[in-house]
Ligand binder design. Sequence first.
Ligand code: SAM
Length: 276
Amino acid sequence: MPPPINTAELLREHGLRPSKKLGQNFLQDPAILDKIVQIAEVTENDTVLEIGPGLGSLTRHLALSAKEVVAIEIDKKIIPALRASLDGYSNVKVIEGDVLETVPAEVINASEYLVVANIPYYITSAILRHLLENNPRPSRMVLTIQKEVAQRICANKGKMSLLALSVHVYGHPEIIANIPAGAFYPLPKVDSAVIRIALHDEPRIPVYLLDAFFRLAKAGFGQKRKTLRNSLSAGLHIPTSQSEELLINSGIEPRRRAETLTLEEWVLLTENWSKS
Ligand code: SAM
């Protein structure tokens, strides 16, 4: 294990304060950092993409197990402290920038990679979309996120959301561990969990239907308490007679709500809609 970082002291030394706006709650418990690397099953053959290395506590743990770590950090003010903390870790490449504006393939020097990160919670959905929709996709992701969001992503039958559905198209998400607030500095106001997403080789929706699928799903979830008959009609700007026919032809009762559909039913619905 690398020597632990004293977050408060390092911040003080560099005249820094944690930025709430950038979601800066730093992980500093060495046992938890080690556990995250184990959950990700990082080996010396792996290239790891880390989002938001902050002061480098997770980065250092990753660097000891991985072949290379590419770490993207947006906060220019924290970079000198990060570089100091990573002094001597020669297999880490720090990229100064916004992960949402960075194409992984352009910064990673490998055909396969993993993502392991304690991400800024305020852009969880955007990060997931960005990583899942860019090619090549990572082979797996191990992310520390807000527990409530982790539960939403991992929800299954009957409790699907647009976010869960978007993740399930690309991979299988699981909650692996809960992280106590005391593992962070400063203490977060929300509970946290580690999720692992094992990516499918191919998305569960044929690639040529992905756009149509997301249009349908956005329409379906757009009007929360409405039946699919009505939400699809409103979201797709089609008469209810047409949305009803589409649903019936796909074997779906038109009064059901979006959250009750399985991924397989969405696939069928998309195929039928694209034919119509
Ligand atoms: N990995 C560190 C740790 O566990 O101690 C820090 C995690 S902290 C929750 C999130 C980090 O993401 C912060 O360092 C923050 O500055 C950075 N960050 C926030 N928005 C970002 C963005 N759009 N692109 C890259 N990094 C970002």
